[in-house]
Each structure stands twice: as structure tokens, then as C-alpha cells.
Design a protein around this ligand. Structure first.
Ligand code: IPD
Ligand code: CA
Ligand code: CA
Length: 264
């Protein structure tokens, strides 16, 4: 069965269960279990526990599906349905107990994302979308802002874990900062996209997000009427992801492109 609403229902149930788990675990002591690409790219035992829970629940309900999670081995199924999962987006916020971190689950059918959910675990906010079915926050329809002037755009972004790339990312911010309202670095790529979807940000961009970061959030932003893409007409990809209110996307894209953000 590949009905987007059915897939979304399972995704929401599982994401909410994982969100309850990570909030509960946060009452205890959280320590870094391992580092990945760099010393600041961390994983906690709870990232792994959350992903294991999501994987077990999804594959128990749908044993023929594929599964791509940030922390574990990929599962290659036969159904054409793939689950793309970030078990804690915003692990550094989680470690420091900054109260914004999320569980993100996207569901693809034959390579197209048809359903997505992002649960802001500490706040309990649930962002959802299905392809062609609109975007919702806690069941109420949401839409991107009507911002049409770059100088009034509140812009979110993030920085990767590689120090060379971070330096360039900071230079890009320097290029943008005098032309826009302000910058926000929330620390959760999936939430950045959902905030464009509900008008809490006018634009977001980041170089280096992975499919588990943007899979659900990009669908939610697009279904909320935001324009999404990469640079120069490319689709959203790890190279660059941009989501913006439709009235400001083109101007924001051109300003960002002029900063040459792909040079590292
Ligand atoms: C990170 C967050 C952050 C973004 C990084 C991501 P993680 O994910 O989404 O906002 O700037 O690029 O890697 O490591 O917390 O799952
Ligand atoms: Ca992430
Ligand atoms: Ca993560």
C-alpha cells in the first residue's frame, strides 16, 4: 500500500513515539557516545536508540520497505517505498538542552517524497505534509509568508561540521547580512524548513544538508507554498538547499549565488 495519507499516519505515529522517547531520555544525563566526520559532529546513545525504535516500528508494519537513517545501516527493500529518517535533528541543541530538536521522517515512493513529518520534540509541534495535499502544523493548514522584499526577509541558515566549509559559510553570511532583515541559526535543518512553511522565517538556505535533514521539511515547505530549489535551477540536494517565500525566492537566490557559496 502506497497511499500517502496511510504512509503519513504511520510516519506521524512513529515520529511522535520517538519524540516522546528523546524528551524522556533528556531528563537524564546526555553524553557524547561518538564523533563522526569531525570532533564537533557528534552522536549520542539516544540518537541511536531513537533510530532503532523508528526502524523497528516501520519495518514491523511494512517489512518490504527500504530504510535510510542517519545513524544505522541502510535497508534495501522491494516495495518501492523508502523511509528517510533523522532520529534527532539538532543533536548539539539536544546535548546542551536547547529546547529545539526534532524527529524527521520522509517517505518516498519510487524516489519521490510523498509524505513527511517533523516533530519538534520539546515543544510537541507536529509539522506534516503529503504531496499535493498541503502542509499543516498540529493539523491546521500553514503557508509561507508574503514577504516580497529582501531587506525585510528573516533568513535561517546552518553551518556544517567541516571547519574549512564553516569559514566559507561565515563569509557567505557576511555577504548577506546587510541586505536582509537578520539571520537565525536555530540549529535544526528540518525545523528551519518548517519555519519557512509557517512564516516564522522568510527564507532558509544551507550547504551540506543530507536527505534525512531536508526530506520531510522540503516537502512541508513546498506544500505550504514556499519555493524550494538549489542554485541556478538545480533541485534541493546536499550541494545546496534553499526554501523561501515565493515573493522573495528569486532575489534571495541571486544574492546567495553572488556570494559563491559552493567554493568549499
Ligand atoms: C544538523 C542540523 C543543523 C545543520 C547541520 C546538520 P544533526 O543535523 O540540522 O541545523 O546546520 O548541517 O547536520 O547533526 O543535528 O542531525
Ligand atoms: Ca540532521
Ligand atoms: Ca541527526
Amino acid at each position: 500500500m502506497t497511499n500517502p495519507q496511510d504512509l503519513l499516519k504511520l510516519a506521524v505515529d512513529v515520529a511522535e513515539e520517538a519524540a516522546r522517547l528523546i524528551v524522556e531520555r533528556r531528563r537524564g544525563r546526555i553524553t557524547v557516545a561518538d564523533t563522526k566526520s569531525t570532533v564537533t559532529d557528534i552522536v549520542t546513545a539516544v540518537d541511536r536508540e531513537s533510530e532503532e525504535l523508528i526502524r523497528a516500528r516501520v519495518l514491523a508494519a511494512r517489512p518490504d520497505d527500504s530504510f535510510l537513517g542517519e545513524e544505522g545501516d541502510d535497508v534495501l527493500g522491494t516495495s518501492g517505498v523508502r523511509w528517510v529518517v533523522d532520529p534527532i535533528d539538532g543533536t548539539v541543541n539536544y546535548l546542551y538542552d536547547h529546547p529545539t530538536y526534532a524527529v524527521s521522517i520522509a517517505v518516498e515512493v519510487d524516489g519521490t517524497t510523498v509524505a513527511g513529518v517533523v516533530v519538534d520534540a520539546p515543544k510537541g509541534e507536529v509539522f506534516t505534509a503529503t504531496l499535493g495535499g498541503g502542509a499543516y502544523l498540529d493539523g491546521r493548514p500553514i503557508q509561507a509568508s508574503d514577504c516580497a522584499e529582501l531587506s525585510k526577509a528573516l533568513v535561517g541558515t546552518g553551518f556544517g561540521y567541516d571547519p574549512v566549509r564553516r569559514k566559507v559559510q561565515a563569509e557567505v553570511v557576511q555577504h548577506l547580512i546587510a541586505e536582509i532583515r537578520d539571520i537565525r541559526r536555530i540549529g535544526v535543518g528540518a525545523i528551519d524548513l518548517c519555519y519557512v512553511a509557517c512564516g516564522r522565517l522568510d527564507a532558509v538556505y544551507e550547504r551540506g544538508l543530507n536527505p534525512w535533514d531536508y526530506g520531510a521539511g522540503a516537502l512541508i515547505a513546498a506544500e505550504a507554498g514556499a519555493t524550494i530549489g538549489g542554485l541556478h535551477g538545480a533541485p534541493v540536494s546536499p550541494e545546496m538547499s534553499i526554501a523561501a517565500a515565493p515573493g522573495v525566492f528569486a532575489a534571495f537566490h541571486d544574492l546567495l549565488a553572488a556570494a559563491d557559496p559552493l567554493r568549499a
